[in-house]
Ligand binder design. Structure first.
Ligand code: C2E
Ligand code: CA
Ligand code: CA
Ligand code: CA
Length: 279
């Protein structure tokens, strides 16, 4: 692109020549995205398999750039992390999610869990604990309604420090989910050392469930392991009812996926909950 603005857009549209160019362009527009209010939070319901009712939501960020259009978090989160822009963006997500959930819980006179994805860059910040506790008290939701979703990679970064922080937050009553469980390299012995409350089984293990008996016994093993350790077990990426039947048989606690709902805008989440009965 020789010129700014439209020129950049045209090049982007045709596909980037190199990954480097794409990163530079995304980062450039990411810098002003928060101030320009280009982010939106979507909410994907989690269903409790015992009651059949919605028990909570995962907050998922959406970016509609006036220049680039909709950019998937799969494309920009890594760039936000490398540029450290994830720190203000992640704080915005946390605050927005907790405030929204506070309103919803009051309206329904019920406590819903809100799960928020947290990057290792945020966790490593000196004031991370303070930020989380501030957001909790500002929004008025109880600590048990907040679940921080982290991936196994956070533990290679700086094991002692991260474990210490998560332990503290867990002691305050905040829930900690190990996201994408099974895709990393956690050995079972190491899993026991982690201050977590929830195992989130990755979609990669849910996908083959309907037609593969090995994956079925694997899921049963993961669920029993989680329960043995006193953890709640959540399945993500549940797309069809045959997967659901197997997860129910395996004793999985909660499910999330397109079978129940795609991630919804705030407005559509409110609409869904207006119709949703408490069981
Ligand atoms: P994730 O945390 O593993 O989130 C689950 C992803 O699977 C979401 O993609 C969700 O929309 C999608 N999904 C849910 N159910 C289904 C299903 O049944 N089928 C299929 N095919 N997909 C399903 P999304 O929203 O594009 O987010 C992608 C990733 O970006 C997330 O993966 C997470 O790692 C990251 N991310 C999203 N929002 C945030 C955020 O606010 N902060 C941070 N740090 N990362 C975020
Ligand atoms: Ca997640
Ligand atoms: Ca996940
Ligand atoms: Ca994932």
């Amino acid at each position: 692109a020789k010129e700014a603005g439209k020129g950049v857009y045209a090049v982007y549209d045709r596909g980037m020549h190199t990954e480097f160019n794409e990163r530079v362009v995304i980062e450039k527009h990411l810098r002003s995205a928060l101030d320009n209010e280009e982010f939106e939070l979507f909410y994907q319901p989690q269903v409790d398999l015992l009651t059949g009712a919605i028990s909570g939501f995962e907050a998922l960020i959406r970016w509609n750039s006036p220049v680039l259009g909709f950019v998937s978090p799969l494309s920009f989160i890594k760039i936000a992390e490398d540029s450290r822009l994830i720190i203000p963006i992640g704080e915005w997500v946390l605050r927005k999610a907790c405030h929204f959930m506070s309103g919803l819980c009051q309206q329904k006179n019920n406590c819903y869990k809100i799960a928020v994805n947290i990057s290792v860059i945020q966790l490593l910040q000196d004031d991370f604990i303070e930020t989380v506790l501030n957001v909790l008290s500002e929004s008025g939701i109880s600590p048990g309604c907040l679940e921080l979703e982290i991936t196994e990679t956070v533990f290679i970064e700086s094991f002692e420090r991260i474990v210490g922080k998560l332990e503290y937050l867990k002691m305050q009553g905040i829930r900690i989910a190990l996201d994408d469980f099974g895709t990393g390299y956690s050995s079972l012995s190491y899993l026991q050392q982690l201050p977590i409350t929830t195992l989130k089984m990755d979609k990669a293990f849910i996908d083959p469930l309907s037609d593969d008996s090995y994956s079925q016994s694997f899921i049963r093993t993961m669920v029993s392991l989680g329960h043995e350790m006193g953890l709640e077990v959540v399945a993500e990426g549940v797309e069809d009812s045959s997967q659901l039947v197997i997860l129910e048989e395996a004793g999985c606690d909660k499910v999330q996926g397109y079978l129940f709902s795609r991630p919804l805008s705030q407005r559509n989440t409110q609409e869904l909950m207006r119709r949703h009965k408490l069981d």
